[in-house]
Design a protein around this ligand. Sequence first.
Ligand code: MSP
Length: 660
Amino acid sequence: MEPKPKFYLTTPIYYVNARPHIGHTYTTIVADTIARYKRMRGFEVVLCTGTDEHGQKIERSAKAAGKTPEQLTDEISAEYRALWQQLDIGIDRFVRTTEDRHEHSVRNLMLKARDARGPDGQPYIYKGTYEGQYCVHDEMYVDEPLPGGLCPECKRPTERIGEENYYFRLSAFQQRLLDYYAEHPEFVQPESRRNEVISFVSGGLRDLSISRTSIKWGIPWPDDPKHVFYVWYDALTTYMTAVGYGDDELQWEKWWPADLHLIGKEILRFHAVYWPAFLMAAGEPLPRQVFAHGWWLFDSEKMSKSRGNIALPLPIAEVVGIDGLRYFLLREMVFGQDGNFGYEGVVNRYNSDLANGLGNLASRTLAMIHRYCDGRIPSYEQTSGYHDEFPDISWRTRDVLFVQYDSYSFSSALETIWRVISGVDKYITHWKPWVLAEDPAQRNQLNRVLYWAAEALRFVALFSYPVIPHAAQRLWTLLGQSGHVGDQRFDQWQAGMLAPGTQTGDSEAIFPRLEKSEAIERIENMENEMRNPTPAAPAAGAAPAAPAAVSDKIGIEDFARVEMRVGEVKSAERVPNADKLLKLMVDIGTETRQIVAGIAEVYEAEKLIGRKVIVVVNLAPRKLRGVESNGMIVAASVPPDGKPVLAAFLEDVPVGARLK
Ligand code: MSP
């Protein structure tokens, strides 16, 4: 048997200073989708991800959290690993930069580069002194800070550093890189990113410091251990560690070079400029492609921990299912461009495309097969003068899908599949099997219509599998197909292979419809709970840590923990698509806070401006309908239906006064 072609793809390795959010989940789900697709195209696939654990940023985050770097990295790395498992993402290699095998591989790469010489006989790695600005957030030297010393990437203040460093002679690679981009137009994608990279490199390259002496939390430099490796040199090399670099020759030969590095656009320069230069210097083959996708935005800003506008993946998966989350992420964002994230969009997509679209077609078709054909795939006689269109359409569609999946145009691929779904819906509406069923002379036509509807569903199950693997499997089994749909090969698919007589399953709802506001509320409550977990109750049988409360009264010190202040409403507006919610900006004396209050059914936004209210100011922030609320406005809840009435003062009170 011919050996299978291989496909090795990677996600970025994620920093462990923050918990995984939708942004990280997106890249990893994209990688998993590609891996599943490639396997069905006959490739042997390795998907690698991991955690980026060294550097100043991690060192400082650990300190701020009162932990050692080891504790922090162990915790968050484990959280990433667990998340990928919970989301059923098939990770083949997981590399932590703190592993010994990785240290070995980083040194190996550097030593090969250090032993080599450029065409001018000069070394690629030399010792020098760095004087300049550094951005800790981006772990990047900043040659040209913005006015005020700000980092041009993240706009945070840079820090002055001056230290003896090992340098990488990046300047020697300008022409070689430009030649490489020209000869391999597929190397950086999409096209707009490629142009960006070419223009950056054309502008000239400065040598790059690749070691640090001011921090300890890194891989020690061989024979000069007061230096540690620059975190990006270290991080990029994980892609090699994962496939046995300097350690397992057979594996290395088989899998390197990587076929695809998937990344977000903010780390393009590291992957498309530095990385190929590091590899060229060491004489190692270059990856085949770097694909930089866009960002998920929340209110037009990049979702990121530092902006506090992140969405967590598990609460969404809990409510719309893993497939609902995957479908939304891949359908909604044009791969390569930015996309807007919102829970409303997630639930809308779920209801319209999954519950009403695919789910409805599946249960309708299976129900008719049960009613009219005893639950078995019907057979029919070919009759002259009638041409079944589905075989032609499906062959053409298959070819279109190959092109779309191969170019990672997931959104278009899903549109293509959903066009098949709506086509079959129309086909059923046109032939009205329930009318055909009333006329025995139409039996053959009834069977024909149901046969092709079921066959189209088999097509949909197969080709949607890379994106919605669990639903595809359910559908596959309901259609009486055995085994795992992911084990099928796309090139072995043929139209009309569904065997008449096959017993189908019951028409259960694959995607039950969700009530929108209730679904959003459930997501948000779970999110809030994950962000601010309530202390866990002691396990049953465990000795209580403190004596049980003897009365339900609280002491004054308990009350004093609630900080309430007088605030004044500065602006108010309705939260879109939320009947009850108003978004208020409230001056509490020391600052103006954004607070979301459930009073819109009783109070008009404009009439609240200038009004004094009582604010609980030390509540942990939470999100309501995606809008962050920092505090709570106190109101009476009036029976019988809990109508809110705002608490107020009869005398004048200054803003900021504390209630006791
Ligand atoms: N550790 C580096 C990468 C080293 S790779 C050798 C890093 N880590 S990170 O934790 O910040 O992850 C960045 C990556 O997460 C992005 O490149 C992207 O893949 C993903 N995303 C993080 N936020 C994102 C969005 N808001 N939107 C889409 N993806 C984003 O950088």
